[in-house]
Write a protein that binds this ligand. Structure first.
Ligand code: ADP
Length: 391
């Protein structure tokens, strides 16, 4: 069984072709600059193929991808593709799990596209392109929000006028659900039980922390949009909305411009003035740059705040997991966060933390909470869901 896992953005389309017999990646890559000019990169068998091609729209990207799968001998026939799984950013409260695409699903997706205007319409273009190019192959949709649908009303409501929720759907939806679910599945295998309390920290350029009890999401740090929660690469995370009017007035900005500042010019980039990239921040931190030290400490503090909050919410924690670009690679961030959590009995094994590559337990034997690093794999999760649905 071979499954294509697809992540379509407004001007890009990422793919992974996965062999589900052993869950290995056969080929992966990205089509970029769709609607601008166009180029693709495909990685297969240790080789990297890059070419500039005209990509007028997502149909062009999908057609060229399928052509290349044959021409590069990645598959002998397109019949080898058993299903195509699509990442969709926002499923609102209409989807609490992955589903096979049909007309009803497309209608529902269309009705909620304005809740993620930068992402959902692009995800839908990807689905339409595959429906056209491979009409006999089932498509599935896997939502970033679905895993968080188990949050209670008490948790997902904002303390604002209730009719904002009823009339406009204003509530917490969360994101990164596919990644948090993958982490939960992996921890289920490691701990050999599905009854445990887990705090999953997906810390990449975007970042979210999720509290999980017995496999179900109890709370998550992102909100109505991914702007909420912890501090991120360029996003502020939670701030007091009253800071906006004085800045708007002083800088003569409208609401879209100021929200753009919170999304694109805040977080690590905004506070440090150095970069949004943790590698650049780390370099400056290691040179004792004052702003970098402040930013790094603030960054670790915001993650700690959420872990501590969820520790109380869950009534303790069996494990804390770090994942995504920063969670998997920055031993400094993990160290600063875990040092902040010493009062909860969290004890890091400094050697294991500093020398960790890939999946590892990085807490000591005596630590009251086990701490793990687990590389996330959203593409595999999408493929697993797709396989399950088409079986
Ligand atoms: P995205 O949210 O875009 O998927 P990623 O999960 O790829 O982001 O994470 C990107 C972040 O991971 C960047 O801030 C990058 O600097 C950081 N990162 C990647 N490798 C390292 C590393 N070796 N050390 C520290 N940070 C790293």
């Amino acid at each position: 069984m071979k499954i294509l896992s697809i992540n379509a953005g407004s001007s890009s389309l990422k793919f992974s072709l996965i062999n589900m017999e052993n869950e290995s990646v056969i080929a992966n890559g990205v089509f970029e600059r769709i609607g601008i000019d166009g180029q693709y990169t495909i990685k297969f068998n240790g080789e990297k193929y890059t070419e500039e091609v005209t990509l007028k729209d997502h149909n062009d990207a999908v057609n060229i991808l399928l052509e290349k799968l044959i021409n590069l001998n990645i598959v002998k026939s397109l019949d080898e593709i058993d299903g195509v799984g699509h990442r969709v950013v926002q499923g609102k409260d209409l989807f609490d799990k992955s589903v096979i695409v049909d007309d009803e699903v497309m209608k529902k997706l269309d009705s909620i596209k304005h809740f993620a205007p930068l992402h959902n319409p692009a995800n839908m273009l990807g689905i339409e392109a595959f429906k056209k190019a491979l009409p006999n192959v089932p498509n599935t949709v896997v939502f970033d929000t679905a895993f968080h649908q188990t949050m209670s009303k008490e948790t997902f409501l904002y303390p604002v006028p209730y009719d904002w929720y009823q009339k406009y759907g204003i509530r917490k939806y969360g994101a990164h659900g596919t990644s948090h679910r993958y982490i939960n599945e992996t921890m289920t295998k490691i701990l050999n039980t599905n009854k445990f309390k887990l705090i999953s920290c997906h810390i990449g350029n975007g970042a979210s922390i999720t509290a999980i009890k017995d496999g179900k999401c109890v709370d998550t740090s992102m909100g109505f949009t991914p702007l909420a929660g912890v501090m991120m690469g360029t996003r502020s995370g939670d701030v007091d909305p009253s800071i906006l009017p004085p800045v708007m007035e002083a800088e003569n900005k409208n609401i879209d411009q100021i929200i753009n500042d919170l999304n694109k010019h805040s977080g690590i980039l905004g506070l440090s003035g150095i970069s949004s990239d943790m590698r650049d921040l780390t370099e400056a931190y290691n040179k004792s740059d004052e702003k970098a030290i402040l930013t790094m400490r603030k960054y670790a503090r915001r993650i700690t705040d959420y872990i501590a909050q969820y520790y109380v919410l869950l009534g303790g924690a069996d494990a804390i997991v770090f994942t995504a670009g920063i969670g998997e690679n920055s031993f400094i961030v993990r160290k600063l966060v875990c040092d902040n959590l010493k009062c909860l009995g969290v004890e890091l094994d400094d050697d294991k933390n500093s020398n960790c590559h890939g999946q590892a337990k990085i807490s000591t034997k005596n630590s009251k909470v086990q701490v793990y690093v687990i590389p996330t794999d959203e593409e595999l999760m999408i493929a697993r869901d797709t396989l399950e649905l088409i079986k």
